[in-house]
Design a protein around this ligand. Structure first.
Ligand SMILES: [Zn+2]
Length: 337
């Protein structure tokens, strides 16, 4: 009788598959890595071989340079590939462009490592696809009942309202470079906002890449004032990585409205601490309802819970008489939030 731990187990380098001799999202360089998505805590340079979706491989090359790995292998969504004694397949995770869950199967036992995922519609990536499995590995970034992400269009509506009320003020929106920034821009476009949107230089490569993949972000201009005046940005939307808003770069804009798009904006104190005037609760992770609905839908024999607030979700599983345990993986932070 094989046990799930014989197929996947946590190691210091990451989640290891002995019968396939590979790691999923290793935090240290390994011989063979399978990577769920391009966020820096999941996708790291220096592995000998990397298997991921073509978009995740492209994103890794954009972030780390073409030599980010010794060899690349493209994972086509839904296609079964044999590695050692194991069959692996990649399935959309709905998290960011290119993101995938990884299913591993061996001797009739299937484990799905979902990586980071969400269930609500995101116009910049494919939707999460439920994959039947014996063991489901879930993230727990927002795994507390207090986290219920509101409707995204309504959050974008708050930004549009503010632009109408304060046409003389620049609106600085903090959003992480991979996924969140493009999603905020795309939601603005879908809401009918067709002015140029100004972006910090750190977002350019990834915004260009999203556009090249058919995600229409409209007219994007660099948020630079060389030869211009402060007033040039009155009433404009400027999107940049959250870190940029703390430095000199942000001071060039007229009477800015500080905004930040993050699941953490649900916590008012966090918004206040960061000096955020206009918090936008927009997350690329599941909220509590999305997590529990996913577990109910998949009804796996066992749930492994990782990176985040494990306890509440473990307790929820216990009450549901669903077997569950924390998976102690180290080295994952929520870059995307
Ligand atoms: Zn992520």
């Amino acid at each position: 009788m094989i046990r799930p731990e014989d197929l996947l187990r946590p190691m210091p380098q990451g989640l290891y598959c002995p019968p396939g001799d590979f790691y999923i999202d290793p935090v240290r360089p390994v011989e063979r890595a399978l990577v769920t998505h391009g966020h820096a805590d999941h996708a790291r340079p220096g592995n000998a071989k990397v298997m991921a979706t073509s978009q995740t491989l492209d994103i890794m090359a954009l972030r780390y340079g073409e030599d980010f790995a010794g060899a690349r292998q493209v994972a086509k969504l839904g296609e079964e590939v044999r590695i050692g004694d194991v069959t692996v397949s990649f399935h959309p995770a709905g998290h960011v462009l290119g993101s995938a869950q990884i299913a591993v199967e061996w001797q009739g036992l299937r484990i799905v490592a979902s990586g980071d995922y969400k269930r609500r519609a995101d116009p910049t990536c494919l939707s999460f696809e439920p994959v039947p499995c014996d063991v489901f590995i879930t993230e727990a970034t927002f795994a507390l009942p207090v986290f219920r992400h509101p409707d995204t269009a309504a959050e974008i509506g708050k930004l549009l309202d503010s632009l109408r009320h304060f046409p003389e003020r620049a609106h600085l929106v903090g959003a992480y470079a991979l996924g969140k920034a493009q999603r905020v821009i795309k939601h603005l476009r879908d809401a009918g906002y067709d002015e140029p949107i100004y972006i910090h230089g750190a977002l350019k490569k990834l915004c260009d890449y999203y556009q090249s993949q058919g995600i229409d972000l409209g007219v994007l201009e660099p948020a630079t004032v060389e030869g211009g005046k402060k007033g040039d940005f009155a009433g404009a939307v400027i999107v940049g990585p959250p870190s940029a808003f703390a430095d000199k770069w942000a001071r060039r804009f007229p009477d800015p409205v500080a905004s930040f798009a993050s699941g953490w904006m649900r916590v008012r104190q966090r918004a206040r601490q960061r000096g955020v005037e206009l918090p936008l609760i927009i997350s690329d992770h599941c909220d509590w309802d999305e997590l529990t609905e996913t577990l109910d839908e998949l009804a796996p024999q066992e749930v492994w819970v990782t990176h985040g607030r494990e306890e509440a979700l473990l307790r929820w599983c216990e009450l549901r008489q669903m077997r569950a345990k924390p998976l102690h993986l180290v080295g994952y932070e929520d870059e995307a939030e």
